[in-house]
Design a binder for this molecule. Structure first.
Ligand SMILES: C[S@@+](CC[C@H](N)C(=O)[O-])C[C@H]1O[C@@H](n2cnc3c(N)ncnc32)[C@H](O)[C@@H]1O
Length: 306
């Protein structure tokens, strides 16, 4: 697709739409059953700079309004992926996927996976274990949904494994295209040293969304993100020849989204490639992995991962 234009209003004949305003206003412009994938990370109601903390019931009412509109615009073969973490109130956590699930169920959506997105970096907690995962809850509108496994397969642990008995004895037992990536995804989150980092506090890594775009849509399909932030879902769509639309309330994030999307269109945006192994400082021989208080000669039990 050669379209290099960013449109500010929804138009099904266009390729890329970035709406500055409330997602409910953009959703009103989107026809019924036209979106193939709706993927987002909504505000978590934890008092980040882009949200006002409210009581959880009011938050869920607002989420219900957006989710209902998203379901209206979703194709029969389409998917909705809601990426969430915890709502935290005075140290008590409420995992948002638990409280959002009934909303999706009441709209007759079918859950296909609860994907655990595991990352290594984040706040260190002192009164509970530090949070190192969030979830992506994936729902479809019907039983007949798009799911392309081949573009998102990952290398097997033992690709050289062969059948040792039966009619296929001696033949390789693995799919040469790789294996199903499973529902536990280890992908670095966008912190300060990440190549994609902007000033936004909660950016998606592009590779996380690319995996969803590739497996749940086909070329030319529409991808929609109601809470677009810095434009990551649109970028993942452009990289893979899909159409895309999203809304963002804050001007400063819209400006960043525009800049990144233009770079993605020009092929100059630097992103962490899908499938790159997570950096392992021990394997990389980083000297900072040796604690100064450790005696190198007498401490034989230092862990080497993998
Ligand atoms: C968790 S962030 C999403 C970040 C995004 N995934 C990215 O990669 O940059 C949620 C975003 O939703 C925006 N937002 C909050 N309420 C909104 C609304 N009603 N309509 C549109 N955007 C909204 C916030 O300003 C914030 O940037």
């Amino acid at each position: 697709m050669s379209n290099q234009e960013i449109n500010s209003k929804f138009d099904q004949s266009k390729h890329t739409v970035v709406y500055h305003g409330n997602c409910l206003d953009l959703l009103k412009q989107v026809p019924d059953e036209s979106m193939q994938l709706i993927v987002t990370s909504p505000p978590y109601n934890i008092g980040k700079e882009y949200e006002k903390k409210m009581d959880i019931e009011q938050y869920l009412e607002q989420q219900t309004a957006v989710i209902s509109e998203c379901v209206r615009t979703l194709k029969q073969t389409g998917s909705i992926c809601w990426q969430v973490g915890n709502y935290v109130n005075k140290g008590e956590i409420i995992p948002l996927d638990i409280v959002l699930h009934p909303i999706f169920r009441n709209l007759s959506l079918k859950m296909r996976n609860r994907i655990i997105w595991n990352f290594e970096h984040g706040l260190h907690c002192s009164k509970r274990f530090s949070g190192r995962y969030e979830t992506i809850i994936w729902y479809t509108k019907s039983e007949k949904y798009v799911y392309n496994l081949d573009p998102v397969r990952v290398p097997q642990k033992y690709p050289g494994k062969k059948y040792f008995k039966g009619p296929k004895a001696g033949q390789y037992s693995c799919n040469p295209l790789g294996k199903n990536p499973g529902d536990l995804w280890v992908i670095p989150n966008v912190k300060n040293n990440h190549i994609e980092k902007t000033i936004h506090p909660c950016q998606f890594p592009v590779e996380l969304i690319e995996r969803l775009v590739l497996s749940m849509t086909n070329e030319g399909d529409w991808v929609f993100d109601p809470f677009l932030g810095t434009g990551t879902a649109v970028i993942a769509a452009i990289k893979n020849n899909r159409r895309s639309a999203g809304a963002e309330l804050k001007k400063k994030y819209i400006e960043i989204a525009h800049e990144r999307i233009q770079q993605a269109m020009a092929g100059t945006l630097r992103t962490r490639p899908m499938g790159r192994p997570v950096y392992d400082p021990v394997r990389a021989g980083n000297s900072l992995t040796i604690a100064p208080w450790e005696n190198k000669k007498t401490t034989p039990h230092r862990m080497v991962s993998g």
